[in-house]
Design a protein around this ligand. Structure first.
Ligand code: ADP
Ligand code: MG
Length: 261
């Protein structure tokens, strides 16, 4: 997956033109775990939306497997903070929904659902309805649904942000296990430094809007990681200082907008 000179101006050419991203140069290897870290409003979701193929960039080229991305595809799955499971379908039907759209027969869909639910530790939830599950379980169903389509790239937009701290840490461990088996590439958005440090092979820090790449910080340490180790504490200091100025800038911009409105 690669982004070359990617920029996005929302409502380009109109009075409402609004530059969200500029000059993004990003290459993600097969099986690599990249975290995008940046202040609120810097264009993180915009970038995922472009890579998912839901919107076209205004400049530059995004490619996957050597081909230019022109629209959504099942091998690039997007997972949001608020999971949108269909409330009227049970868990296995939700998980295999994409396969039913493809016309895969019921027995085969059930079998795939069984396998991927096993991988996310939710075999017992096979027949449950979404409203019978906790928030963490619903996010695992969303991951299982993505895995059912055998994605090459998982695009995750603050997927654990709505969960409490303990559940969030458990979900990070679980995601690392699933990622290890799936061999998919992951592009994971967060504004939590500890989450970035726990997960990433590489952390890409974005500036305040329009988001451009401020720094790329590799983390070449085995997982699970002890966030209190000296190496990771030093990394936390580095990422905090990289992010601080950008958060201040983003905050100042948002304040000026609210004053002029
Ligand atoms: P982040 O995910 O980093 O918080 P976003 O990518 O959501 O940031 O937003 C970046 C900027 O683009 C913001 O100023 C936001 O208001 C604007 N934006 C996001 N989506 C749209 C859209 N669909 N139309 C117009 N502007 C948008
Ligand atoms: Mg966002």
């Amino acid at each position: 997956m690669s982004c070359v000179g990617v920029g996005k101006i929302w409502n380009a050419g109109s009075k409402l033109a609004h530059e969200a991203l500029t000059d993004i140069e990003l290459e993600i290897d097969a099986g690599e775990f990249v975290v995008l870290l940046g202040p609120s409003g810097c264009g993180k979701s915009t970038l995922l939306c472009l890579i998912a193929g839901l919107e076209a960039p205004t400049s530059g080229v995004i490619s996957a497997l050597g081909e230019r991305i022109t629209g959504p595809a099942p091998e690039r799955s997007l997972i949001f903070q608020e999971t949108s499971l269909f409330p009227w379908l049970n868990v296995w039907q939700n998980v295999s929904f994409g396969l039913s759209v493809r016309g895969v027969p019921t027995e085969q869909r059930k079998e795939t659902a069984r396998q991927v639910l096993g991988r996310v530790g939710l075999s017992n939830a096979f027949d449950k309805r979404p409203d019978e599950l906790s928030g963490g379980m619903r996010q695992r169903v969303a991951v299982a649904r993505a895995l059912a389509m055998q994605p090459k790239v998982l695009l995750m937009d603050e997927p654990f942000a709505a969960l409490d701290v303990q559940t969030r840490v458990k979900m990070q461990d679980f995601l690392l296990d699933v990622w290890d088996v799936s061999k998919a590439s992951v592009l994971f958005v967060t504004h939590h430094i500890d989450e970035a440090i726990a997960l990433a092979d590489r952390v890409v820090v974005l500036t305040a809007r329009p988001g451009r790449m401020k720094a790329v910080v590799p983390i070449d340490l085995p997982r699970p990681r002890d966030l209190t180790s000296p190496a990771l504490l030093a990394l936390r200091v580095e990422l905090t200082s990289l992010l601080r100025d950008e958060v201040d800038r983003a905050f100042a911009e948002q304040e000026s907008i609210s004053v002029t409105c």
